[in-house]
Design a protein around this ligand. Structure first.
Ligand code: PFF
Length: 438
């Protein structure tokens, strides 16, 4: 396929919106608060922010660069750029594997979100106190039929958008709705901060207690940084392949990382004050957001409308991420295995839905997919991506691609050193330490 015949994004805002659409999702609003809550709050946030800056950003830039340079999905990209180094194809293999695992549990959580949007429309959580809301969530998430149906609905929606292709599908939905989500979260923050007892939540999130930092916490922070930015598995490389040469990749990487981090921190500000104000345990796990926010909606003015808007927008944020996950698999099936887009999408979506069934019926499978994909597969992919751009492509080719839009890019030499030495060593160290191997 020639590079001009590939589907592509129309303009700069489209690219950033789509990549930010992939990055911003349940990872920011559902996963970040629950993992931060389980890992001590403030100190976790600090380590997480550090990882975004020194590892996340360079790896995101590397992926964009690889994708755009090769104009192919991850497999094809590594094959084109380094035909004599098959080891790098493993990024693609792990990436497709990670996409299967992530989307399987992601679709389940997105299904919970659909259920909560539905409940919000019927105002069915009104009048419940914090204890009742927790029991309600636990009963619902441990049941089978409801979560299965909603998961299936979500997978069909995801497949439907992916079949539409990049320009008609992905780009159209993200441009308008992500800014709207940001506005709703800011309003939620203001409400949460005005609750009695909110200070304890603010302190939990912003006052680091370094005695809580263990190897395990650091690994969770690294995994969350990778998960939240959608890096380490080729999603951003696949999107990079749709970006035109005239776009500035550095600007794209900076904007996407900034938007993603802002939304995660704001989600924390919206949730932790409420967690403490309503006496919820911050380490309650994956149910944290679903147990906490309905309390806020119940007592806020206009809570009915806000709850509907919030859960619907969260579904949409989840969709713009899930389409990017499915797109990795579909790009592989269509470009490498020469399947038709439609059959590739249904085959990939169908098999992922089967895995998701296991996540619905077993907490163990859910947790295994959640933990392993973020904390093992994505960081491993990150090491290889950094090494590839740092050593195999090298500084000169990095500069050429980063400056392909015709401008000057500063700090390329510094970035090259980070990718060559610092990122692989740091990820490797955190990895071995977190697994108790060092
Ligand atoms: N970054 C997405 C989120 O925060 O919800 C999840 C995700 C999408 C992870 C795509 C990985 C990925 F490749």
């Amino acid at each position: 396929m020639s590079s001009t015949s590939r589907d592509g994004f129309t303009n700069k805002f489209g690219v950033i919106a789509a990549a930010a659409g992939s990055a911003v999702g349940l990872g920011n609003i559902w996963r970040f608060p629950y993992v931060a809550g389980e890992n001590g709050g403030g100190a976790f946030l600090l380590v997480y922010l550090l990882f975004i800056l020194i590892i996340g950003l360079p790896v995101m830039l590397s992926e964009l660069l690889i994708g755009r340079k090769a104009q192919k999905n991850v497999f094809g990209a590594f094959r084109t750029l380094a035909p004599d180094k098959p080891i790098f194809i493993s990024v693609g293999i792990m990436g497709v594997g990670a996409a299967f695992m992530i989307l399987a549990f992601y679709a389940v959580v997105a299904g919970w979100t659909l259920e909560y949007a539905y409940l919000a429309v019927g105002n069915q959580l009104k009048g419940m106190d914090a204890a009742e809301l927790s029991t309600f969530f636990n009963d619902f998430s441990s049941s089978t039929t409801g979560p299965l149906i909603w998961m299936a609905v979500f997978m069909v929606l995801t497949a439907g958008i992916v079949i539409g292709g990049v320009k008609n599908g992905i780009e159209k939905y993200t441009k308008v709705l992500m800014p709207l989500l940001l506005v709703i979260i800011i309003i939620l923050c203001i409400n949460a901060l005005s609750l009695d007892g909110a200070e304890a939540g603010v302190a939990f999130l912003f006052k680091p207690d370094f005695s809580k930092v263990t190897g395990g916490v650091i690994l969770e922070a690294l995994g969350q940084a990778f998960f939240s930015l959608s890096i380490g598995m080729g999603v951003i490389a696949t999107y990079g392949s749709y970006i035109q040469k005239k776009e500035n990749l550095m600007f794209t990487a900076l904007s996407v990382s900034f938007a993603d981090t802002l939304i995660a921190v704001l989600a924390g500000v919206a949730i932790f004050p409420a967690v403490f104000a309503f006496g919820i345990d911050p380490s309650s796990g994956p149910g944290l957001v679903f147990e906490t926010l309905p309390n806020v909606f119940n007592q806020m003015r206009g809570g009915y409308v806000f709850s509907i808007a919030f859960f619907l927008l969260l579904v949409i944020a989840a969709l713009t991420s899930s389409v990017s996950l499915l797109e990795v698999v579909v790009a592989y099936f269509t470009e490498e295995l020469k399947m038709k887009r439609k059959s590739a999408t249904w085959l990939a979506g169908g098999s992922i839905a089967v895995l998701a069934v296991f996540c619905v019926i077993s907490d163990g499978v859910f947790e295994f997919f959640d933990w392993t994909s973020s904390n093992i597969l994505l960081p491993l992919g990150g090491i290889l991506i950094a090494i590839f751009v740092g050593w195999v492509l090298g500084k000169q080719k990095m500069r050429e691609e980063l400056e392909a839009h015709g401008g000057k890019v500063i700090l390329v030499g510094f970035l090259n050193i980070i990718l060559k030495v610092f990122a692989p060593l740091a990820i490797g160290f955190v990895f071995l330490r977190g697994l108790g191997l060092l």
